[in-house]
Design a protein around this ligand. Structure first.
Ligand SMILES: CC(C)(COP(=O)(O)OP(=O)(O)OC[C@H]1O[C@@H](n2cnc3c(N)ncnc32)[C@H](O)[C@@H]1OP(=O)(O)O)[C@@H](O)C(=O)NCCC(=O)NCCS
Length: 171
């Protein structure tokens, strides 16, 4: 498996992966603005990586990371004791519906953290999203606290674990 930077022709597939995992379909992806887009291809503060069998195949999943957490997260008092100025924020990750529960999420995270061995990662995950919580905690994310929003991209009562992953010591 390979984790490769998004290229223009992947947009169609990543859009499909987003759509089939959108909250309107019972999934946990909320924001259209964090769906991978053509704009991301030229934005230096955003990296979208696709998980592929080979360089030429279609993406089976994607992870989008930004160089800064979005403001309501980075302003959170839960981060008071952390230096997250250089942290990477996972703004979205998803695996194609037909391939979920098959270990691809794990592979994708393994490859991502291998790519950035010295980075702190931040993420927040809905408390109802068991697969994603497991995925994060299996990869040594620690819970900083609960992040709540009454209006999360138009959806009420969003409650999530705000989680942080420090680089392994000695790496
Ligand atoms: C979250 C997501 C990326 C995980 O990818 P995946 O390929 O399905 O995950 P994996 O098969 O690697 O499994 C990861 C863990 O979740 C568990 N898991 C997977 N699907 C599950 C399910 N439906 N119910 C309960 N646990 C589940 C696995 O057992 C594994 O846990 P373990 O390490 O304790 O065995 C995928 O479910 C997805 O795309 N979800 C929709 C989008 C989304 O919610 N993104 C995250 C937003 S924060």
């Amino acid at each position: 498996m390979l984790l490769l930077p998004l290229i223009g022709e992947d947009i169609y597939t990543t859009e499909k992966i987003f759509n089939e995992n959108h909250v309107s379909k019972g999934g946990f992806l909320y924001s259209l603005s964090s769906q991978p887009s053509r704009k991301d291809l030229v934005d230096f503060d955003i990296k979208v990586y696709t998980l592929k069998n080979t360089a030429d195949s279609n993406p089976l999943g994607y992870v989008k990371v930004t160089l800064h957490a979005h403001k309501d997260v980075s302003d959170s008092e839960l981060l008071y004791y952390e230096d997250v100025s250089e942290a990477l924020y996972i703004s979205q990750c998803a695996v194609m519906k037909n391939y979920q529960k098959g270990g691809l999420g794990k592979v994708m995270f393994d490859l991502l953290f291998r790519m950035y061995p010295d980075k702190i990662f931040l993420s927040h995950v809905s408390v109802r999203n068991l697969p994603s919580l497991k995925l994060h905690y299996r990869h040594n994310f620690k819970k900083l606290g609960v992040y709540q929003s009454e209006d999360f991209y138009g959806y009420g009562g969003y409650v999530s674990d705000l989680v942080i992953r420090h680089p392994a010591r000695g790496s």
